[in-house]
Design a protein around this ligand. Structure first.
Ligand SMILES: [Zn+2]
Length: 341
């Protein structure tokens, strides 16, 4: 076969690294891989001595939380520069989250016109309901649903009360799709922030202190109990704690469909980084202790983590700058920022 392109290097395969390998491409499709002397090709990309990865999937991004759908173009270009060939995008878009099939169809058009990589799209429901739109969203092609136990914004990113959430889980279970949950307990966070402010503590570390591990695990337990009850596949959208993955495993043993995802920052960053980065290190859930980071690595090594994502959620610089009140800064990181040359 005549190849248009041969890529040479050490190929990262599912089960091993093929040293001195090659990938043969024709018609834009990988036709063959091999080892040793490569076949003839119109073009050769010679990366010998370096690793050649498959295209990566970033399972959790927010390309449109700050700019709306125009954010898709830049975020997907950044993803491509970092080797990500599929972005999985969350539904919490401004000004309209993806809450029905009509909005989804409009977003798909924008994705097709502007995205540099493949995209899979989540759907969601409104704070005041919209459970009846779930079947239509599934039929129109959403890959999963996202709901939250914590409210950032009543329209863009609302807290869904337990009654509505249970009804949504029952409806989502019928579709066979997963529902990812932003897992923080609203009462614990709000109480802790009020107490911190009352004592004049608004410095960066207080972001982590006011979202203690208990605020995650309380939310995990609530959503997993509902998973067990409804049969829905309920997934922690990001656990910063090894215990989140242990709880998912415990509920699986009891017959529930439960899973959890980590983000790169929960494997690489600690509370000390929050002190240095200030608002630029603010994300939810927050960075944890160095000991907890070690435990999350252990969970990964033990195969308890479904996948690792970025939770890429960029904000304009002014919204991340710290001026003495960490609670005033936007939450979200530029998780898939590519290096600049
Ligand atoms: Zn997120």
């Amino acid at each position: 076969m005549a190849f248009d392109l041969v890529v040479r290097g050490d190929l990262v395969l599912g089960d091993r690294v093929l040293e001195g390998g090659w990938v043969g491409v024709a018609g834009g499709v990988i036709q063959a891989i091999g080892q040793g002397a490569p076949p003839a090709a119109a073009d050769v990309a010679d990366h010998r001595g370096m690793l050649v990865f498959p295209g990566l999937v970033d399972g959790h991004m927010h390309t449109s939380s700050a700019l709306g759908w125009p954010g898709i173009e830049g975020a997907s270009r950044t993803a491509a520069a970092g080797g990500v060939t599929t972005c999985v995008d969350m539904p919490y878009d401004v000004p309209r989250p993806v809450t029905d099939a009509k909005i989804l169809a409009e977003k798909i058009q924008v994705v097709n016109a502007t995205s540099h990589v493949d995209m899979a799209l989540y759907g969601t429901i409104r704070k005041d309901g919209g459970v009846e739109e779930i079947a239509g969203l599934a039929a129109a092609g959403v890959c999963s649903f996202k709901l939250s136990t914590y409210e950032y914004d009543a329209v863009r990113f609302p807290r869904i009360d337990h009654t509505t959430m249970e009804a949504a889980f029952r409806e989502i279970a019928k579709t066979g799709l997963m529902v990812g949950i932003h897992n923080e307990d609203q009462e614990i966070v709000e109480g802790a922030i009020a107490a911190a402010k009352a004592t004049g503590r608004t410095d960066p570390i207080m972001h982590a202190r006011t979202r203690p591990p208990l605020c995650e695990t309380m939310a995990d337990l609530a959503i997993f109990e509902m998973a067990l009850e409804t049969g829905a596949h309920v997934h922690i959208a990001h656990s910063s704690l090894a215990r989140g993955f242990d709880l998912a495993e415990m509920f699986r043993r009891q017959g529930a469909k439960t899973s959890g995802e980590a983000c790169i920052q929960y494997l690489c960053m600690t509370e000390e980084d929050l002190v240095g980065l200030q608002g630029f290190g603010k994300c939810n859930p927050p960075f944890r202790t160095a000991d907890e980071v070690e435990r999350v690595w252990q969970s990964l090594a033990e195969g308890k983590i479904a996948y690792v994502s970025t939770d890429h959620a960029p904000w304009p610089r002014a919204k991340k700058e710290y001026h003495g009140d960490i609670f005033a800064c936007g939450a979200g990181l530029r998780g898939c920022r590519a290096s600049r040359r």
